[in-house]
Design a binder for this molecule. Sequence first.
Ligand SMILES: *Cc1c(COP(=O)(O)O)cnc(C)c1O
Length: 363
Amino acid sequence: MAQAIIDLNKLRRNLGRLRQHVQPSVRIMAAVKANAYGHGMVKISQTLQSEGVNWFAVATPTEALSLRSAGITANILVLSPSSPNKLSELIEADICLTVLDEASIQQAEEAARQLNSKARLHLKVDTGMGRLGEAASASLKTAMQIDKSKTATFEGYYTHFACADDTDPSYTQMQLERFNEAIAMLKKNGIEAEILHAANSAALITNSESHFDMVRPGIALYGYHGSNYTIEPSLEPILELHANVTFVKRVSAGQSISYSATWTAEKDTTIASVRYGYGDGYPRALSNKGEVWAAGKLRPIRGRVCMDQFMIDLGDDGIQVGDAVVLLGGHAPDADDLGKLSGTISYEVLTSVSERVEKHYIY
Ligand SMILES: *Cc1c(COP(=O)(O)O)cnc(C)c1O
């Protein structure tokens, strides 16, 4: 049985290390979107909530509502604008909404008015990411609209960094300046959001000026630094992936392995099939490239990774059907290694772990 083994003690320790990097007054908003980067949104959020984390960030209304149904009472923010037909349900569940412009604010106000309630709004502005929101320098009018609203509260004002994981801090610095200028402009006009926030994991760790009132770590909680910097604190990856051997055979020189016969044995060797494939989230790009930990050593993947299986080379060593092999974490490569090897990043490797991989939690 393919298993994701997730150590919640390591999650707690990672949280503790991140807390040491921010002032005690700075709130932590844990990014648990995409099923907590593949780690299981509900368990991860429950664990963090019991450690005092009082904010969660998700990407969709469905994610927000399933956190509420699972008993998460903390504040929850949907990081993208929510479609109008979801707004009432979100407001009723006391979920904070991201708004970007006049139209999205009006929709939220209208939904709140019908419920005789108030929408908790976070205005997202663009300082250089180029993804969501109007330019920070042009956001005064929009902020005023929220500020004077009778059915909305101006709870958050935020932005997102494009290059916080870069070794060169200049782009982040430029984004910070734009954000600070916009905050000052709002203030001059008597407008202040309750909570200013900007920092993802990389900014949290590398740039204390980016912390404002709240930080939004994701990847660092799960034990990874993002890409291009490695500094203190040392984080622990919380996930290991295990799978089982389903078949073992001796292969003669000249025999080929897997689809398209891309690998041919040069000498006699033992090949084991492993019940894990790209249908479970293992990158197919690791065909003839990946390595797993099996029978006490790193073993190369031979041939194409299939949907449900791949094959590994044990040379003249033995392995039994049913034996566990480690695909990620422990002695095996971690998500950064697999990302680099397959032309992607740890985030994509982690979020790719599919639903059919059973999750086991260590408490
Ligand atoms: C995903 C996300 C984060 C968390 O980013 P990490 O790099 O995983 O720390 C923070 N803010 C926003 C807006 C996001 O979309």
